[in-house]
Design a protein around this ligand. Structure first.
Ligand code: MN
Length: 151
């Protein structure tokens, strides 16, 4: 159900991106990945394992490695768990066409989650520490806009 939108946007006969299934349970150690995506506009994709899929946000600027940097993060469709390992090229003419690299990955602890705030600790190679995502009305997509920063 959750991956409906993801699948609708892609032709899996043309892209090597994973087709994916929803996993049943949330393990204790959840995974995260941050993709660097050289699409029409270069951006980062923050993906956090939640409810058997990767909850995903598009981050137009570089991820906040230090305190005091606030980044806009636009909530987008869930991606399958296997997408955490995906990197490579999405062919021209397909959704998100361009190169996808893994910028950082690791595990995270979910500390608190409500409908407008997610607190978590990232244990990655580049990003480490306590982070928060807070819903905001800033940006061009007010219903999907969050701010992402380090505590
Ligand atoms: Mn992307």
């Amino acid at each position: 159900m959750s991956l409906k939108q993801y699948k609708k946007k892609r032709d899996f006969s043309k892209t090597k991106e994973p087709k994916g299934k929803t996993k049943k349970k949330d393990p204790k150690k959840r995974i995260f990945v941050i993709h660097s995506h050289f699409a029409r506009n270069h951006h980062y994709d923050l993906r956090l394992e939640m409810n058997g899929v990767l909850a995903s946000w598009v981050v137009p600027k570089d991820p906040p490695a230090e305190k005091g940097i606030k980044r806009l993060a636009v909530h987008v469709e869930d991606h399958p768990i296997e997408y955490a390992k995906f990197h490579g090229n999405i062919p021209k003419g397909n959704y998100g066409a361009g190169t996808v690299e893994i910028w950082d990955n690791g595990t995270y602890l979910l500390k608190n989650k409500s409908s407008n705030k997610i607190e978590f600790r990232l244990i990655g190679k580049k990003l480490n520490g306590d982070y928060v995502l807070i819903k905001t009305h800033y940006g061009s997509k007010p219903n999907k806009s969050w701010l992402w920063f380090k505590l």
